[in-house]
Design a protein around this ligand. Structure first.
Ligand SMILES: [Zn+2]
Length: 140
């Protein structure tokens, strides 16, 4: 191997793993920021392997549910763990969606008392304080 090829090998080795994310990949991440229309997701897992460094996922409200949603807070909240699909990459990060039956929140905490929610319960009533939480639920 000549030195030029050697350099290319070194560069390839140092490309962050997030570059391996592709359109259609299923990823796991934590919601770190929300507005009414956008949620920012810290993607740190792609089909069982941990991404290091993590990648930024951007969820727009029209990709947050199969149904019409008025506010992002009605489907995801900060701290929720979501299963999402990469739809495209732009200069800001990866656009993601959870608007498919298996995609959505897979782990979440009550907005009132912070107890972990039982997401198999369709109404998502907190077992601790009885507050009703609304989510777009995904499946593991
Ligand atoms: Zn609660």
């Amino acid at each position: 191997m000549n030195s030029k090829e050697d350099n290319i090998q070194k560069i390839l080795k140092n490309i962050p793993q997030q570059r391996t994310l592709r359109e259609g990949d299923i990823v796991i991440g934590e919601v770190v920021q929300t507005t009414d229309k956008i949620a920012i997701v810290n993607i740190n897992n792609k089909s069982e392997h941990v991404l290091s460094p993590s990648a930024t996922g951007i969820l727009f409200i029209n990709n947050a549910s199969e149904d019409y949603v008025e506010k992002m807070g009605d489907v995801v909240r900060i701290g929720d763990i979501v299963k999402a699909k990469i739809t495209e990459q732009d200069k800001f990060g990866f656009k993601i969606k959870i608007s498919e039956p298996d995609l959505g929140v897979i782990k979440s905490y009550c907005k009132n008392c912070k107890a972990e929610l039982n997401l198999t319960d369709a109404s998502i009533k907190c077992l601790n304080c009885k507050t009703i939480n609304t989510k777009k639920i995904g499946k593991m």
